[in-house]
Design a binder for this molecule. Structure first.
Ligand SMILES: [Mg+2]
Length: 392
């Protein structure tokens, strides 16, 4: 895994930053309708939120990816506070990227020793998001404008996480909520998947688009069968038809012969994978998940490289509200023909933080500094399963 590019990133406006406190919470919400993917079922929705506080009282929020398996949420809280926070003790950092680089360097041997690159990457990403939020608050600007002066304040969005078997109900619900783009999960039963796509296509309006996500379900033969079977339906893309680590030759063959634009990136684990995928040109859309790898520090240069490479940046995100706001801010800052992923499934850990943001197919970002939230709403306190604190 290549080290993230942390060069020439904005500094903390308040000068060298010393942290005095880091909080991490895991939250867990029971759900009525399980979220089913081809690799497994989410029976509750977890989230891990982080709050970083500097010696001058400035603060910022972040989120650590923990979607699956859901049992990993509390582990990431402990990792952020007991394992990573002490590495930040007694140092001043000029920029969020400096803290990221320090944590990254300090954990490389432990990543090998533990065999846990994922939780380390995700915990570092969440802390990084909190430090960028903090920096933007110090500057008194929304995070997107702190990153790029020309950032926009609304981004086109799509409704995600819809199982093909319930799409006939969920798509009209998403449409009523203001969405124009819909992504359905496939990879369960080939004939039923294709029949479902055919039925959905007929129900779409002229301005609406349909996307599909197989969550790494297939080998090359099945992926080709689906792609050719769905060719006539004008899919916006087919996401992760193959495993993220499938041979480049399989991705190239599917791109050449499948007749459907391909998307992937949520399971790429570092700059090397993104660079290789950009160079290979098999993907039309790339989908880094900033709470899963890289935070702002890692994903900002990756998103810019994606666009420079002629690929479209479409951030992946399916967690709580803090990470969704971060994902929206990064897309709004980077630009390009992006489309924000917004989970269709009810989740108070998401909408309880962001509030209603969708209108006319767009996600309208908050105007306040940083991510635009002042606190995790008190009402979510009942869902907290673990709260851990580090103090300098
Ligand atoms: Mg996906």
């Amino acid at each position: 895994m290549t080290e993230p590019d942390t060069g020439s990133m904005p500094a903390f406006p308040g000068g060298g930053l010393r942290l005095r406190r880091l909080d991490a919470w895991s939250l867990r919400v029971a759900i009525e309708r399980p979220v089913e993917t081809s690799f497994g079922i989410m029976r509750d929705r977890p989230a891990v939120f982080v709050r970083a506080e500097a010696e001058d009282g400035s603060f910022g929020y972040g989120e650590i990816w923990c979607n699956f398996p859901a049992c990993g949420a509390e582990h990431r809280v402990v990792m952020a506070i007991d394992e990573l926070a002490p590495m930040l003790t007694g140092r001043a950092f000029d920029a969020p990227a400096d803290a990221f680089g320090h944590l990254w360097d300090k954990t490389r041997v432990r990543v090998l020793q533990t065999g846990e690159p994922g939780p380390y990457s995700q915990a570092i990403a969440g802390i990084d998001i909190a430090l960028w939020d903090l920096a933007a608050r110090q500057a008194g600007k929304p995070l997107r404008h702190f990153i790029a002066e020309g950032a926009v304040d609304a981004v086109p969005a799509y409704s995600s996480g819809i199982h093909i078997a319930i799409a006939h109900e969920a798509v009209p619900e998403a449409r009523a909520a203001g969405f124009r783009n819909f992504k359905v999960k496939v990879g369960f039963d080939m004939a039923a998947d294709l029949a479902g796509i055919a039925g959905l296509r007929k129900s779409l309006g002229a301005e609406e688009r349909l996307f599909t996500d197989a969550n790494q379900a297939w080998g090359l033969d099945d992926a080709l069968t689906f792609a050719k079977g769905a060719q006539a339906y004008g899919l916006g893309w087919l996401e992760e038809p193959l495993r993220a680590d499938a041979p480049a030759a399989d991705w190239a063959r599917l791109a050449k012969d499948g007749g459907v634009p391909l998307a992937a990136g949520e399971n790429f684990t570092g700059a090397l994978d993104f660079d290789a995928a950009i160079a290979a040109k098999s993907l039309s859309y790339m989908q880094p998940d900033m709470a899963k790898w890289g935070g702002v520090t890692g994903c900002l240069p990756v998103a810019r490289a994606i666009l420079a490479g002629g690929v479209t940046y479409r951030p992946h995100y399916l967690g709580g509200g803090v990470g969704l706001l971060a994902s929206a801010n990064l897309l709004a800052a980077v630009g390009g023909p992006g489309l924000l992923e917004v989970d269709n499934n009810p989740n108070p850990l998401r909408e309880g933080v962001t509030g209603e943001r969708i209108a006319d197919g767009q996600f309208h970002l908050p105007d306040g500094p940083g991510l635009g939230i002042e606190a995790i709403p008190d009402g979510l306190g009942e869902h907290v399963t673990l709260h851990r604190i580090w103090k300098a």
